[in-house]
Write a protein that binds this ligand. Structure first.
Ligand code: TXA
Ligand code: MG
Length: 357
């Protein structure tokens, strides 16, 4: 840290008022002086430092307790600046998906020498993201340097979709926390590697697999998206091999016929000290205590928006043993990203009631 204590800066006008600009300029100055700043994006909050400053980047790893071999992505105010840090211009795949920038997507490209090894964990590629969130964009413009940033949570915990989650995890460990409400998408960006042929989906997110295929034709899907990494497997997205998104209680995913799932959950509520993360439609037949509503079963964007906050909220319940999550099993669109995060949060524990019948 370069400041004596963590400064929390409340942004109220999307970074547009004089007061907001003053606060964001202060935060950008902290970045240029080698400090750490947590900032909002449309996916989740990020924990940023100047990507060109090795010592500042090392402070990100320390604050999060993140393993050194898990690379960081860099954040820019515009895709036009990408070519300064990686081979962007000559990558035809990037051209094909440029319509998704700015937005909830990260492109993995061949890096240039000015990006220090500490950012990419010595990989020859770097992830590049241009957030569309107005506060992130205003902040990154003021920084004038690429900002390396993982999600602003302690390693292993659910990603932060609200400044209060960042404060919970990182107050006292970072210089500045920019607070600007809840993240719209709620899940981290889609990561697509453009250094492979065909391109490879490394992590599903707000830009869906179907949308990528529309622009890129064939897209491979990394084995890390839906299956468990075994010791010795090489992950194409190194972060995928670590335990992720997990609350303290054990998480179980439950799928099957709607009525069967609801009666299963109702039995569990009566017999166990558990929490339920389910759909609005489940509520009528379940007890309200320790029930967390993902929104209507037909509204997957809302599930994405709420799921991390709910996983985190279960940690506040004393003595909880288990968390059951109602899933549909649908893997289309944003559902794939929600399913991927829940698989990891549950360590691949799925109770399939159709199989049990
Ligand atoms: O939405 C997001 O992407 C958020 C916000 C803050 O921008 N950031 C984020 O960063 O989720 P992080 O570090 O929590 O996740 C980035 C993932 C990690 O799993 C990492 O292993 C992978 O991206 N990654 C980073 N650089 C890579 C590279 N060169 N090749 C393959 N995977 C990479
Ligand atoms: Mg993360």
């Amino acid at each position: 840290m370069i400041l004596e204590k963590t400064e929390i800066l409340e942004i109220t006008c999307n970074g547009k008022s004089d007061e907001d600009i003053k606060k964001l300029s202060f935060a950008a100055d902290v970045i240029r002086r080698g400090g750490t700043v947590c900032f909002p994006t449309e996916t989740v909050y990020g924990l940023g430092a100047n990507a060109l400053d090795k010592a500042a980047v090392e402070d990100i790893f320390k604050a999060k307790g993140r393993p050194q071999d898990n690379p960081l992505i860099i954040h820019l105010d515009s895709l036009e600046n990408a070519d300064k840090y990686c081979k962007a211009k000559e990558n035809a795949h990037l051209d094909a998906i440029s319509c998704f920038f700015p937005g909830p997507i990260t492109a993995v490209l061949e890096k240039k020498d000015n990006i220090p090894d500490v950012v990419t964990a010595k990989l020859k590629s770097v992830g590049v993201r241009v957030p569309v969130h107005p506060v992130a964009n205003a902040f990154l413009k003021l920084c004038g340097v690429p900002v390396a940033a993982p999600s602003a949570n302690i390693s292993g915990r659910p990603s932060p979709t609200d400044a209060k989650h960042v404060i919970e995890d990182l107050f006292g460990k970072v210089d500045v926390i920019i607070s600007a409400g809840r993240s719209e998408v709620g899940l981290e960006s889609t990561i697509v590697s453009l250094v492979t042929t065909p391109p490879t989906l490394l992590r599903p997110g707000g830009i869906s697999y179907e949308e990528l295929c529309e622009k890129l034709g064939e897209v491979a899907v990394s084995n890390a998206v839906l299956s468990e990494m075994k010791p010795g497997d090489t992950a194409s997205a190194p972060g995928m091999k670590y335990k992720h998104y997990a609350p303290k209680a054990a998480v179980f995913l439950v799928c099957g016929n709607f009525c069967d799932v609801v009666s299963f959950l109702s039995c569990k509520q009566k017999s166990e000290n558990c929490a339920i993360i389910g759909f609005s439609e489940d509520k009528d037949q379940l007890c309200e205590k320790n029930f967390f509503d993902l929104g209507s079963i037909n509204d997957p964007s809302e599930h994405a928006h709420r799921v991390f906050a709910h996983l985190r909220a279960t940690d506040a319940i004393e003595g909880l043993d288990k968390v059951y999550v109602h899933i549909t099993g649908d893997k289309s669109g944003i559902n794939l990203a929600v399913f991927n995060r829940l698989l990891k949060a549950s360590a691949y524990h799925i109770i399939d009631l159709t199989e049990e019948k």
